[in-house]
Write a protein that binds this ligand. Structure first.
Ligand SMILES: [Zn+2]
Length: 141
């Protein structure tokens, strides 16, 4: 996709993710991340990273947002925005890529920094063949 789309199409979603970032609990990494996932229905759910002194228990902002959406009955997602104050737009970690692919292997990933840098990607590029494996597809009911 082109930079023109990045600059116009996802402004609201990025703004929502930036607001969610203020709720992050990141006392260890100091990397506060906010996320906002847009559902096919138009609804938007937010998340912020929640760290833990036992690092493996840390939950990324993207998974918090999607978890909140699923708990509210949503399962179809079109895009997720994530925001941070890093020097460059961050990308979802490997665990989040797999988690997001459960619902949409072609999810649009929009990443923005508080400094105004933006990058758009597609989950299918970040995690190819996400649904090819030994497990049969989940029952979507
Ligand atoms: Zn993650």
């Amino acid at each position: 996709m082109t930079d023109v789309l990045i600059d116009t199409q996802f402004n609201d979603l990025i703004a929502t993710a930036l607001a969610a970032r203020s709720k992050a609990y990141a006392p260890y990494s100091k990397l506060a991340v906010g996320a906002a996932v847009k559902c096919k229905s138009g609804a938007v759910f937010v998340g912020a990273n929640v760290e833990n002194r036992s690092f493996g228990l840390t939950i990324c902002a993207e998974r918090i947002a999607v978890g909140a959406a699923v708990a509210a009955g949503e399962r179809e997602f079109v895009a997720i925005a994530m925001t941070s104050d890093s020097n460059e737009p961050i990308v979802p970690c490997g665990a989040c890529r797999q988690f997001l692919a459960e619902f949409n292997p072609h999810l649009i990933i929009v990443s923005a920094t508080v400094h105004g840098d933006r990058k758009i990607d597609n989950l299918s590029r970040l995690l190819p063949d996400a649904t090819r494996g030994i497990l049969k597809d989940a029952d979507s009911s």
